[in-house]
Design a protein around this ligand. Structure first.
Ligand code: SF4
Length: 282
């Protein structure tokens, strides 16, 4: 548990967070904060809008199609390939209108991306990974208190299988390496386990299903065994580190590989800590 500092030990020169604990923490927010706290600030605190990255747009449209399929399986509705393809097309267009514009280079690139997505969705429906049974839950949002966390943990699971295995779907451009995928998505996978355990369930596995956008789409399931106590405590500590940093207004550049595709490089280059700005003004 954290104690909020009365005066933050590190000030940033940015309009501060309210100086209180966030309402909750999600694995996505924590991973984003830990990846680069300043990018997190620009996206989620200052809410600076940028053109939607193409991969993000396509991933959301594919996700909507899979959601339509799983909901149809759950409700016993129409899960035909034609209906799911229509759900994909609708989402692809609606997202451009509601969350766009998307940073397409030109109309040809948009069309290629649209067709890539259609192929990947069809590849999933044809694959052995496509859900044949009735899921336990689809798009389930849980919010639970977890020992060691100052705020509730939230998580939105794409799918929970009948045996309580949570499944998260990822769009990818290349086939994933199993160990790297589990390590990279550890906060999310273990958070889902913590949430399910807090409602009295024991997932037998923590699964990722990658939809790989190769010419012939590949659908790859990566299974992680449930986390032991060490893994759980490590993830709780990472989540709490993000909560503490957000609550104390610790937002600063963390240069690394992700700067190559960061959309906030201009804003980042203008950043200076408040202490420096105050010294210069004195
Ligand atoms: S350019 Fe790099 S250091 Fe700066 S905000 Fe983006 S990811 Fe962070």
């Amino acid at each position: 548990m954290i104690a909020l500092a009365k005066a933050p030990p590190f000030t940033t020169g940015l309009t501060p967070w309210a100086g209180t604990l966030p309402d909750h923490i999600s694995p996505t927010a924590a991973k984003s904060y830990l990846g680069c706290s300043l990018q997190f600030y620009f996206e989620r605190v200052a809410c600076i809008r940028k053109r939607t990255p193409k991969a993000l747009h396509l991933g959301k449209a594919i996700h909507a199609a899979l959601q339509a399929f799983h909901l149809a399986r759950w409700r016993g509705g129409d899960d035909s390939p034609e209906t799911i393809a229509a759900a994909y097309e609708k989402s692809f267009t609606d997202l451009e209108r509601d969350e766009g514009p998307v940073n397409w280079d030109d109309a040809d690139e948009r069309e290629k991306s649209r067709l890539d997505g259609l192929r990947v969705v069809a590849g999933y429906l044809d694959s052995p990974e496509a859900m044949t049974e009735k899921p336990r839950a689809v798009e389930v949002l849980l919010k639970e208190d977890i020992a060691g966390l100052s705020v509730p943990l939230t998580g939105a699971m794409d799918l929970v299988q009948g045996d309580y295995t949570p499944v998260d779907f990822k769009s990818a451009s290349a086939k994933p390496d199993r160990d790297h995928a589990i390590f990279d998505h550890e906060i999310q996978l273990v958070s889902y386990q913590l949430l399910l355990e807090s409602i009295g369930e024991t997932p037998p596995s923590l699964d990722l299903v990658f939809l790989v956008k190769t010419k012939t789409p590949q659908i790859v399931r990566v299974k992680s065994p449930p986390a032991n106590e060490h893994r759980k405590q490590r993830v709780i500590a990472l989540l709490e580190t993000a909560v503490e940093g957000i609550a104390n207004n610790r937002f600063h550049p963390q240069p690394g590989m992700k700067c190559s595709w960061c959309q906030f490089r201009n804003e980042c280059a203008a950043w200076l800590p408040a202490a420096y700005q105050e010294r210069r003004a004195a």
